[in-house]
Design a protein around this ligand. Structure first.
Ligand code: NAD
Length: 513
């Protein structure tokens, strides 16, 4: 049986193995998911939310276990495990407990005069079996949030967590058992890309994918063959724009946290920092002074942890090397060859200046502890530079002039924008989250994110008392009456009287057969 290697990012050593799900089991997993769906979808929403609440309480009762496990599997500091992985999940459960009933309630909507006598409703029906494929950087949050929304909406779920963080994957399977989720309502399949591809081919009713652009495109191509709808949450190369009237001290701290939290392995980390030219030199100076204070160790007070996977560490190294060979300056840190000896997968932060278009780091996602800092001359140039990317996930604008900041935010092509803060919009479950351009398709979180896991079904009800309708056959003699009706309702000279008269005549004709 194939095994997934558990790597300790603090040392880079393999410390265990987790059995992988055999590829030939995918049809059986799908069969069980379909069976579980038939019952789960009929449970009252309150029952489904009760199961989610049980999970919330379990997580809080086992907080230290969860923090330690996530930190060990990813190499991130424990503070980041609790704030970014766990807090976001319990907050989302609370959001669902408070809001799911309202979101999924059947809504009565208006019915136009032309459909007089009928009533119209929008209803929400679960899609069926949802496949969630998740990445390794926030292995708990990015798996649990789509899974829990899909379950609340009444779907059954197959979760394939990342093979890079298999212990968190295994722990999530344990959680669902410990919290007595009904059998097979959520199944966890452990494996890599080949298993993900098999599960896509098994024909789920919806695919929710978080990961790289390359894999997202592959999944979208496979899904298109069967017209399986998808949400794709993909990469980013997020810009931060600092105007000279920004709250400087806060912007410096924000830039450092935004670029180096979780060693930059964040789809929304700040990778491009644009500073208005009169502030540029002083800002860079302040940035470097602040970087001197960061601690990189592997204890509970450490600010910086380790990279999670050796292959990502390699990409970061390659981007820095490429940039330096093409003329970039290392403004803070050192060239890779002079990096101090570190344990395991730790990487020191690097700040680069003089970054130009021909360098990979200017446009490709680096996903590591590297920040490029560039000057700009005016508002128009800042917008043009920020938008000059194939990505559009998150961005931040820093200025005390909030009308200017909002004007710039409006001009950015980005799924999310934060003013005078970074990344944090994702932590508000009331805000939709997702990317534009190559950063993805679709939104999750908030009302739209729960409804994404539903068929939005329109229901129109006629009491069935009339023998016929004005627009049904026969058409004889109806054209001029319809012309009067349409013009009287929508023309410059609107006339309720002419509408009623033409409608009554149409009705008379319809009934005279
Ligand atoms: P990845 O694309 O390598 O893998 C993501 C998942 O897809 C894993 O579970 C993997 O096993 C699976 N997979 C790989 N090939 C597959 C295939 N052919 N069919 C089905 N599944 C397949 O991404 P990663 O390295 O795990 O994550 C890092 C990437 O994720 C970065 O690009 C980052 O920006 C992005 N990301 C995006 C968001 C977001 O919300 N937009 C959040 C976090 C990470």
């Amino acid at each position: 049986m194939e095994k997934l290697q558990v790597i300790n990012p603090a040392t880079g050593e393999t410390i265990g193995e987790i059995p992988a799900t055999p590829l030939e089991e995918t049809d059986e997993i799908m069969r069980r998911a379909r069976k579980a769906f038939t019952n789960w979808q009929t449970q009252p929403l309150a029952t489904r939310l009760h199961v989610l609440r049980r999970l919330r309480h379990y997580l809080i009762d086992h907080l230290d276990e969860a923090i330690a496990l996530i930190a060990e599997d990813t190499g991130k500091p424990k503070v980041e495990a609790i704030t970014a992985d766990i807090l976001t999940v319990v907050d989302m459960i609370r959001y669902l407990e408070k809001n799911a009933t309202k979101s999924l309630r059947t809504r009565k909507v208006k019915t136009p005069l032309t459909l007089i006598g009928k009533k119209s409703y929008v209803t929400y029906q679960p899609r069926g079996v949802v496949l969630v494929i998740s990445p390794w950087n926030y292995p708990f949050q990015l798996a649990m949030i789509p899974v829990l929304n899909a379950l609340a909406a009444g779907n059954s779920v197959i979760l394939k967590p990342s093979e890079v963080t298999p212990r968190v994957g295994e722990w999530m399977a344990h959680l669902f058992r410990a919290c007595r989720f009904p059998d097979d309502v959520v199944q966890v399949a452990h494996g890599g890309g080949a298993l993900g591809a098999e599960l896509v081919a098994a024909g789920p009713d919806y695919i929710f994918f978080t990961g790289s652009v390359a894999t997202g495109k592959r999944i979208q191509q496979e899904a298109a063959k069967r017209l399986i709808p998808t949400t794709l949450e993909l990469g980013g190369k997020d810009p931060m724009i600092v105007f000279r009237d920004a709250p400087i001290e806060r912007a410096v701290q924000g830039a450092i946290w935004g670029a180096f939290t979780h060693s930059g392995q964040v789809c929304m980390s700040v990778e491009r920092l644009y500073v208005e030219r009169p502030l540029y030199v002083d800002f860079l100076h302040a940035l470097k002074a602040e970087l001197d204070r960061l601690r990189q160790a592997d204890d509970a007070d450490s600010d910086l942890g380790a990279m999670t996977s050796p292959s990502q560490r390699h990409i970061v190294h390659t981007h820095i090397r490429d940039a330096i060979s093409k003329g970039a300056t290392v403004a803070w840190g050192s060239e890779p060859e002079q990096w101090p000896e570190r344990r395991g997968l730790q990487l020191p932060p690097t700040v680069l200046t003089d970054v130009t278009e021909e360098m990979d780091i200017a446009h490709e996602e680096t996903f590591g502890p590297v920040l490029s800092v560039l000057p700009f001359d005016d508002e128009a140039e800042a917008i043009q530079l920020a938008n000059d990317s194939s990505f559009g996930l998150n961005a931040s604008v820093w200025s005390r002039d909030l009308s200017k900041a909002k004007r710039v935010a409006a001009a950015l092509v980005s799924g999310n924008v934060v003013i005078n803060d970074v990344i944090v919009s994702v932590a508000n479950p009331y805000l939709p989250f997702g990317g534009s351009k190559e950063s993805g398709i679709g939104r999750y979180h908030a009302d739209v994110g729960l409804k994404a896991f539903c068929h939005e079904k329109s229901l129109l009800v006629d009491p069935g008392k009339k023998k016929t309708e004005v627009n049904w056959f026969p058409y004889r003699g109806k054209l001029p009456l319809f012309r009067t009706l349409v013009a009287s309702l929508y023309g410059k000279k609107r006339s309720p009287l002419r509408f009623v008269s033409s409608y009554l005549q149409l009705l008379k004709r319809a009934n005279k057969r």
